[in-house]
Design a protein around this ligand. Sequence first.
Ligand code: ADP
Ligand code: ZN
Length: 618
Amino acid sequence: MDPARNHAPDRAADALSVLNSVFGLPAFRGSQEEIIRHVTDGGNCLVLMPTGGGKSLCYQLPSLLREGCGIVVSPLIALMRDQVAGLLEAGVNAAVLNSTLSFDEASEVERRLLAGDLDLLYVAPERLLTPRCLSLLSQAKIALFAIDEAHCVSQWGHDFRPEYIGLSAIAERFPDVPRIALTATADDMTRKEIVTRLGLDGSPQFISSFDRPNIRYEIVEKQNAPAQLKAFISERHAGDAGVVYCLSRAKVEDTARALTSAGIPALPYHAGLDAGLRARNQDRFINEDGVVIVATIAFGMGIDKPDVRFVAHLDLPKSIEAYYQETGRAGRDGKPSSAWMAYGLSDIVQQRRMIDESTGSEAFKRVSIGKLDALVALAETAGCRRSRLLGYFGEEVTGNNCGNCDNCLSPPQLRDGKIPAQKLLSCAYRTGQRFGAMHLIDVLIGRMTEKVTQFGHDKLTVFGIGRDLNEKQWRAVIRQLVAMGHLRADSEAYNALKLTESARGVLKGETEIMLREAAPGTRLRESRAKSRRGDLAPRAETRPADAGLQASLRAWRADIARQRNVPAYVVLHDSTIDGIAAARPSSLNELRNIAGIGDKKLEHYGDELLALVRTADA
Ligand code: ADP
Ligand code: ZN
């Protein structure tokens, strides 16, 4: 299947017609068209696009448009399998070559490659680099090499894979075959390493904005995290698929149990689980509708599920890079999605302790602390979260109101915090910098606790000077002072709060302190009310009449997915189901106009889908 192969090179028209007939999509997105033209014409390039940006089409289409088979190098077996399943559904001759195949299966794939019977072949890097495979490739007609997750060549990056280093052999052995390297990891050093290792010097780099406009960022003050999470899911994402990240295995288990008993279908995932169970849980998350997976960060690489509607963090990640990568797993399909995090003082303290106690060098610890500080600043900012995030990655941001983060939707109140800050710092100082948050608050509020009596802290001038604020408000003051770096929790002394160098300026009144008002607890609800009005409201409102049809389409999809043993989204994307439920097509022609319905899907499923629409209308 390669409609354009024998045609005169009107590449642009060919590309669009293949996009439409095979993938059922009406138009290219962002720089896809430019990239596809460049590669189809035989050029090399590096593509930087955020998760969900649509990287796959950038090599899939040129593979269909050029003579020969496109070779896709990918480190992730699950991802290869799902992509191939999707391509087969669309009628593309695709296959994988990796360690999951038996000898006979692999031989059959090799035979088809040599016979010119394949459009796309996904190969694991270690497999590709075997002499047998390289010699096979040199006998076949190759359309291009696509190196997916190209940042894995970077020894400095977070996903380094030794087998990727060897991929420099591709440029040496096949200098005339175009190479396209793709990644969603943007930093400068990684980019340079990709260029050097994959021989892309002088080739164009296509760099897209890393903004994910469909993701709503929200960071809330942690109070009762399990209850907050349950409320977030049941009020905003009932029935949706999502990922909840926790730091520890025990917390993963507890949280999954708590959600399940609240009627939210949740499964645990962490490295301590039996491998079989872990794989089953991952499969259920990918293949079924509306499953929540509660996981440590071990989960996520290679999860290509497009309809993850939310990513929730119950613990602070260790950097903005990690936060952005993890939250980026939401909403690959471009539909409204949430990135939600609950965070508090103990999170800063915990992450800081992990750095202090790590075995890394001093330089490494300094870098880690810098990264943590940047993330904490994001959590504390009263400004637009999106501008902060993009600014961190070096992207210029126009305007400072994205309209789709908590701070833009419901700007926090700021007030002059000089006096409370001074009271708190004096209290820490006068009590000898030996106590944690709880005791300092007791002293400020003037509570006669056992500890207060024992140390005679009721005799201090700071005793009871903070009665104007309540305990929750004081917690917020402490958290923000720690975040600003005026206070530090000493992990070697039971998290005693100690003054830093910069505290002096605050005590002297030389440093301005603006504090966010402690959340009144209504912010969630407020932003929900606003979100109803916003264009990007998580969950588009569905007309009641559509809901029934949508449900029956989903049930049908689940059935087909089970029968064919593929993920539900491979059969039809959510957006395609929504499209059908909204348009209610009554003919194959009308159905063909819906995004996601290409020629093959029309042929396979057209009549069944039309019957479902008719039944719903009856
Ligand atoms: P990436 O690999 O960059 O994370 P994918 O290639 O998996 O992203 O694409 C993400 C989603 O966007 C997929 O669901 C895909 O079908 C969809 N998509 C990609 N390009 C287009 C397009 N031009 N029009 C509509 N949907 C698209
Ligand atoms: Zn914003």
